[in-house]
Design a binder for this molecule. Structure first.
Ligand code: BES
Ligand code: MN
Ligand code: ZN
Length: 493
């Protein structure tokens, strides 16, 4: 369901809404500016705080039903202590959006102390994120007992006029993340490489961006033997998608955002076990992140040039599929020994990274659900971050933190490089069980255009959530949209 966000100022007690979410810090102090609202509620709000029925800790919430005056319902949500207000407001607004959506109210409003500028952005983004759901394939109950989806959320700010730009940024971030989560959640038989191409064209049309889509014939012409090896197992046409946003000066080198877009990864001939294989529809999350980020960047009109590159196909066992032992030649001329057909993401990205050279990028960031080893190392909490340039790694780590998608660095030492030396070719596509996330990144490094700073994000654990967490329901998270956008924002003039 799409959500309309609005921004207003004024006294929250005067907002006529079926649900007003009020975010409060911990510490037991009921804000004086809420006196009128408290009065309309017969003093129960301040009493709940005074008696510590509501403590204001992170992820806490408490619902009150009104008696006619002011908002029909008030939901207190906790902000916790006050170290990082941006993160705290994002989280509280996400929780509020999620509760509002579940409650069946069509409209809601959100208030937090001193909402202006950055925290307005956080509130708008959080409401959008929290209220996201995916009901496309659920048969609707009869109209009379159909839950009403949340369609409108209002941010009540202290300084509404001065916060317009921040509000717009929050909306853009929310929309970008929604695009990514939806693509992630769509099943593999719907979200095909063709569907990716169509979505890229839609985004391009919406923002007047140049989009080009290349298929199997073009990949052959470009000598992308590595990407083609993966795609040879499927009758679906693989797609190399390029989407160009030009918000910077004419000659400025662009930032390149690269995404792995495996619409389904069965493992190929090195087939995966049946248990949990359905999760491999999420193997296009890096590519979904690129499209979501391009949409958000264009909405925000950031003054920087950005090119998004996506390699999309599926990895299938078939009579035409690649086999273990096969040797292929990537676009940059390097030969690859394919030891395990399930290490397909790096084969696709090898050619996409090599192809990015023609844009002479200032920096490349790729995102890929690349290794199960990364899930073992960092779980669903942190993205693995590796690269060929320490200052770029640091820049990406801080963008990731700002976007609430924390990353953690892994070493790219030469010692690990030995593990992927080829027996009969230049390089092999697996380095054994140990340090699987690092050897995968070192493989990619071989295809990064010479002299270009590059960072790789292994989002295998962070792209989707295996458990129903307070602010992230089970399913797609939208990672790495925020990391991409925060990085590009940091580079904008
Ligand atoms: N898409 C998978 C990685 C993955 C695993 C993502 C679990 C999310 C959750 C990737 O293509 C893959 O299969 N990698 C192999 C590499 C191995 C064969 C060297 C893996 O991690 O097992
Ligand atoms: Mn695989
Ligand atoms: Zn994969």
């Amino acid at each position: 369901m799409s959500l309309t966000l609005a921004l207003r100022g004024g006294d929250p007690s005067r907002v006529s809404t079926p649900l007003l979410a009020v975010a409060l810090h911990s510490g037991g102090v009921f804000p004086r500016v809420l006196a009128a609202l408290d009065k309309a509620y017969g003093g129960v709000l301040s009493r709940a705080v005074a008696q510590a029925d509501f403590k204001g800790v992170r992820d806490e919430s408490l619902l009150f039903i009104g008696s006619g005056r002011g908002p029909s319902r008030v939901l207190l949500v906790g902000l916790g202590e006050n170290e990082d207000t941006y993160a705290a407001v994002t989280r509280a607004a996400t929780l509020a959006g999620r509760k509002g959506n579940a409650m069946g109210v069509r409209k809601m409003a959100f208030w937090a102390p001193q909402l202006s500028g950055d925290t307005v952005e956080a509130a708008a983004f959080g409401l959008s994120r929290g209220s996201w759901d995916f009901m496309d394939y659920k048969t609707q109950p009869p109209a009379k007992d159909r839950p009403r989806p949340l369609v409108e959320a209002v941010v009540v700010a202290t300084d509404a006029r001065g916060s317009q730009a921040s509000f717009a940024a929050g909306v853009a971030l929310g929309e970008g993340q929604r695009i990514a989560r939806r693509l992630q959640q769509l099943p593999g038989n719907v979200c095909t490489p063709e569907h990716f191409a169509r979505t890229a064209r839609e985004i391009g049309k919406r923002h007047k961006l140049r989009v080009s889509v290349m298929g199997r014939r073009d990949l052959k012409r470009l000598k992308m033997g590595s990407f083609l090896a993966v795609a040879q197992g499927t009758p679906q046409d693989p797609k190399l998608i390029v989407i160009e946003y030009r918000g910077g000066r004419r000659g400025d080198a662009p930032v390149a955002l690269v995404g792995k877009g495996l619409c389904f990864d069965s493992g190929g001939i090195s087939i995966k076990p049946a248990q949990g294989m359905e999760l491999m529809k999420y193997d296009m999350s890096g590519a979904a992140g690129v499209l979501g980020a391009m949409d958000a960047i264009a909405r925000m009109k950031l003054r920087v040039n950005v090119v998004g590159l996506i390699g999309s196909t599926t990895n299938m066992p078939s009579g035409t599929a690649m086999n273990p032992g096969d040797v292929v030649t990537a676009m940059n001329g390097k030969t690859i020994e394919i030891l395990n057909t399930d290490a397909e993401g790096r084969l696709v990205l090898a050619d996409v990274l090599a192809y990015s050279a023609r844009f002479k990028p200032a920096a490349i960031i790729d995102a890929a659900t690349l290794t199960g080893a990364c899930v073992v190392a960092l779980g669903n909490t942190a993205t693995g971050v590796m690269g060929n340039d320490q200052s770029l790694v640091d820049e990406v780590l801080s963008a990731a933190k700002r976007g609430g998608e924390p990353g953690w660095p892994l070493p790219m030492w030469d010692e690990y490089r030995e593990l992927i030396k080829g027996d009969i070719a230049d390089i092999k596509n697996t380095g054994g069980r140990g340090a699987g996330t690092i050897t995968a990144a070192l493989f990619l490094a071989e295809f990064v255009p010479a002299g270009v700073p590059w960072v790789h994000l292994d989002i295998a654990g962070t792209a989707y959530s295996e458990s129903d967490l307070v602010v992230i329901p089970k399913g797609p998270t939208g990672t790495p949209v925020r990391t991409f956008v925060e990085f590009v924002r940091g580079r904008a003039r």
